[in-house]
Design a protein around this ligand. Sequence first.
Ligand SMILES: *Cc1c(COP(=O)(O)O)cnc(C)c1O
Length: 378
Amino acid sequence: MSSSTSRPVHYTGLIDRYRDRLPVSDTTPTVSLNEGDTPLIQLINLPQQMGIDVDIYVKYEGLNPTASFKDRGMTMAVSKAAEQGAKAIVCASTGNTSAAAAAYAARAGMTAFVLIPEGKIPMGKLAQAIAHGAVVLQIKGNFDDGMRLVKEVAGEAPVAIVNSINPYRLQGQKTAAFEIVEALGRAPDYHCIPVGNAGNISGYWIGFSEACGHNTASCTLCNGQCPYLDKPLTDKRPVMVGYQADGAAPFLRDCPVTAPETLATAIRIGNPQSWDLAHAAVNESGGWFDEVSDDELLATQALLARGEGVFCEPASAVSLCGALRDVKSGKIPAGSLITCTLTGHGLKDPDIAVRGQEAVQTVNAELSAVKAAILAHI
Ligand SMILES: *Cc1c(COP(=O)(O)O)cnc(C)c1O
C-alpha cells in the first residue's frame, strides 16, 4: 500500500476495467459478475515433450464466472439491454451462451429465454441454465434452426437478442485481446481460436486492431475513433488462425453446412452469423482457417489436461490442436509467439472427459491393496 488512506479496490469486471474503450456511459447500468481478467498460461511441458521451439500461451477463458468466454459478451449485452429497459432476453445456444444469459439475467432481475438443440447440449451447461432460472426451450432442430427462430421471435415479442449478432457482445469479447496484449507487453505473432458462430474471432480482431490504434472495417462501433489511437499498446496485430471441427466447417467448405456434426457441441454450427467479419479478420491479418477431426481435438484436450494441468472443453481444444499441427508442419514458424483461446472449462462436459477412460480402479479397503496399486504405477 502506498499510503494508509488508500484501500485495495477489488477487480469488478471488464466494463469497469475498460470503460473508456466500450460503448457505455455513466448512466449505463453495469450488470457484471466480475468476468474477464482470466489467466494467460504459458505451456511449459508440451513444447518440451514435442520438441518444438515456440512460445505458446493459452488464454484460459474457462475461468470466467460461468466458465466460458461468453460472459465477456454477456455483461455488455445485458447491461445495454437493461439500459434500454428490456425485461427479458432471448438467445439460441449450443450451451454456453444459455448459461451466461441465464446468469446475467438473474443478476439483472430479467427473464432469460434460451433455445437449445434437443439432446445436444452437455449436462454442465444445461444445469447452469436451469440453476439460474432460465426458461429453457429445447427445440427439435439444431443451433442454426434456433438462431433463425430467435431472429423471428424478437420481432414478435418484447425480448432482446443476446446472441453475438448483438454488436455489444463483440465489444465485450474484444477485451480478451486487450488482456493478452497487456499480459505479453506486445501482440502475439499468431492468435489461434476455435470458430463456431464466428463472433469470438471477430471480437478478438476488433480488440487486437484497437490495441494498436488501427481503424478497420471490423471496428463496428467506434466510428473511426479507436480509443487506443492516441496511446497504442502495441504496433502490430497477430495473424489470426480460425480452427473448426471437420464435421462443422463451413469456412473450409466456403458455404453453410446443412447438417453439422461434431462431439465438440459448442461449435456444432453450420451457418455462422459473423461470416463476413470472420473472413475480414483472417484476410486482413494474413491468416487462415483450418479444420481438425473429433479424434484429434479429443487427443489434444487430454494432452493439455494431463500434460499441463489445464482442463478445457472439447471445442476449446480445437485452437491448440490446430496450432500444434501448424507448428509441426512449419506453417507457423519456429520462434513464434503464439496465443490460443481456450473458450470454456472442461467441467462443462464431463461425459466427454471420462468417455473411454479406464482411469478408475476399485480396490479393497486394505493397506496391501492400496500399496500394491500405487507401486504398480511407479
Ligand atoms: C461459443 C463457443 C465457441 C465458438 O465461439 P463463436 O464465437 O461462436 O465462434 C467455442 N467454444 C466454446 C466453448 C464456446 O462456448
